[in-house]
Design a protein around this ligand. Structure first.
Ligand code: GRF
Length: 226
C-alpha cells in the first residue's frame, strides 16, 4: 500500500511537479488554468519537452513557468536520454512527474526511479487500445464507448494502476479526428482532477488498483455526453 503523499506533505507545501510534454500542451494548459482559478494546488516547477518546437513550451513561458528542451535526438540511446531527463528532473526535487502528451517510451530504470509518483494520460479506456491510433482503432472495433485513462506508470507500456477514466459514446458517424477532439475535452477535465486527488493525498496504490479515500470509488469512472 503506497500513499500518494505523506501527511507532512499534505499539511505542508504544495505538491511540486515536473511536467513532460512533446507537443501542443493542451493538458498542461488545463493544469495552468485550474491553478489560476484556484481549483488546483500545484507548483509546476518545470516543463520539459523533448521537441524544441512544442507549443506547450510557449504555454509554459506565458504562464511564467520554467521550461526547457531536452532533445532525444542528441543522445546515443534511450538510456542516455532518460539519464539526462532524470538528472534534470531531480534538480527540482519534485514529488510528482506528469506525462502530458510525452511521446517517448521510458526505460524501466526511469519508471522505477519515480515509482508511484509518475502519472500518464492515455487516450483510451485501458486496458483497451494501448499504443497509438487509439481513436481509429476504437471506431474500427465498433466500440460503443471510448475515452481516456489517467494511470500511474509502470515499466509495461500504457499499463499501471488506473486513477481515473472518462468515457463518452462513439457516435455512428464519428471520424477519428472528431472522436479525438471530444476525448481531448474530457481529458482537460479529468487530468487536473486526478492531479488534485494526488496533491490532496487521497490516492493509494494497492496492487494493481488505485483507491480514492481508501476505496474503489464510482468517481473513478466518469461518463460524459459530448
Ligand atoms: C493527449 O491526447 C493525451 O491523451 C496523449 O497525448 C495527447 C496530448 O495532448 N497522451 P496535449 O499535448 O496535451 O494537447
Amino acid at each position: 500500500m503506497v500513499k500518494s503523499q505523506t501527511t507532512e506533505a499534505i499539511n505542508g507545501p504544495k505538491t511540486r511537479a515536473v511536467v513532460l510534454i512533446s507537443g501542443g500542451g493542451s493538458n498542461l494548459q488545463a493544469f495552468i488554468d485550474q491553478i489560476t482559478v484556484g481549483n488546483l494546488e500545484l507548483d509546476i516547477s518545470l516543463v520539459i519537452s523533448n521537441v524544441a518546437t512544442a507549443h506547450g513550451l510557449e504555454r509554459a513561458k506565458l504562464a511564467g513557468i520554467k521550461q526547457t528542451c531536452i532533445d532525444h535526438t542528441q543522445y546515443v540511446n534511450r538510456s542516455e536520454f532518460d539519464q539526462a531527463l532524470m538528472t534534470r528532473i531531480d534538480q527540482e526535487e519534485p514529488n510528482l512527474i506528469i506525462l502530458a502528451g510525452f511521446m517517448r517510451i521510458l526505460t524501466s530504470e526511469f519508471v522505477n526511479h519515480y515509482a508511484n509518483r509518475l502519472v500518464n494520460i492515455h487516450p483510451s479506456l485501458l486496458p483497451k487500445f494501448t499504443g497509438i491510433n487509439t481513436h481509429q482503432r476504437a471506431i474500427d472495433a465498433g466500440e460503443q464507448w471510448h475515452g481516456a485513462s489517467i494511470h500511474f506508470v509502470i515499466p509495461e507500456l500504457d499499463a499501471g494502476p488506473v486513477i481515473l477514466q472518462g468515457r463518452l459514446p462513439v457516435l455512428p458517424k464519428d471520424t477519428a479526428e472528431q472522436l479525438q477532439q471530444r476525448i481531448h475535452k474530457i481529458e482537460h477535465q479529468l487530468y487536473p482532477l486526478a492531479i488534485k486527488w494526488f496533491s490532496q493525498g487521497r490516492l493509494e496504490v494497492r496492487g494493481d488498483k488505485v483507491l480514492l479515500d481508501g476505496e474503489i470509488s464510482e468517481h473513478q469512472l466518469q461518463t460524459f455526453d459530448l
